[in-house]
Design a protein around this ligand. Structure first.
Ligand SMILES: C[S@@+](CC[C@H](N)C(=O)[O-])C[C@H]1O[C@@H](n2cnc3c(N)ncnc32)[C@H](O)[C@@H]1O
Length: 197
């Protein structure tokens, strides 16, 4: 049991806590800066029941493994690569939010607003869904950082399946809003999420 208070656990769990804290507070602050306080609710913290369950599962896996298989958490190269992946995912996601500006709404728009323009510059020139790609990378990175083998696979599968449904739904409306312009853009630029066209 003392492993829970070891240097390894304290460092890896603090990194996880800071990664989560930074991700959610920065999402919320950026939403307020871009859309204005009156248009932002607590839902912009992006903390859903499924998300909390996933994080509890990941923490349970971590505690179980650090108690019964503490050597599993000592792969520092893997853990540090995970930390680097978390930072990369965070940077991609925040670049997406800053580049898209007003167009980046947490709820998918089903009606076109007059000021909604198709964004294809900056990071959107490299991938169509940098916000989703960044979150996918970030979430899997957190589990690599914790050396949580089950959660690495579980997070990759669950987050991928979520975006595999969300992206076609979002793009249905983007095609309706921007027609040919979006078709041409989608022909040239990939989604940014593995195995999603
Ligand atoms: C949560 S944001 C995610 C944006 C994008 N899917 C991404 O991953 O960066 C969802 C909103 O962004 C808008 N959106 C997505 N791609 C866009 C683009 N290239 N230009 C303008 N608006 C876009 C959609 O209409 C939707 O309301």
């Amino acid at each position: 049991m003392t492993e829970i208070f070891s240097y390894t656990a304290c460092r890896q769990l603090s990194q996880m806590f800071l990664a989560i804290l930074f991700f959610h507070t920065s999402e919320f602050i950026l939403a307020i800066v871009i859309h204005g306080r009156s248009n932002v609710t607590l839902s912009s913290l992006l903390i859903s029941a499924h998300y909390i369950l996933a994080m509890i599962f990941s923490l349970a896996e971590y505690i179980f493994e650090i108690v019964f298989f503490p050597e599993l958490k000592e792969y520092w190269v893997i853990s540090n690569v995970g930390l680097a992946i978390v930072v990369i995912g965070e940077v991609i996601r925040k670049l997406a939010i800053l580049t898209a500006g007003h167009a980046f709404t947490h709820l998918i728009r089903t009606h076109r607003h007059d000021d909604h323009r198709l964004v294809t510059h900056g990071i959107y020139g490299f991938m169509r869904h940098p916000g989703y790609s960044g979150f996918f990378i970030w979430s899997v990175g957190t589990q690599i950082m914790l050396c949580n083998p089950i959660s690495v696979v579980a997070f990759a599968v669950v987050v991928w399946r979520f975006f595999a449904k969300r992206i076609p739904y979002e793009e249905y409306f983007l095609r309706r809003f921007f027609g040919r312009e979006y078709k041409e853009y989608a022909k040239k630029v990939g989604s940014g999420v593995p195995f999603i066209n």
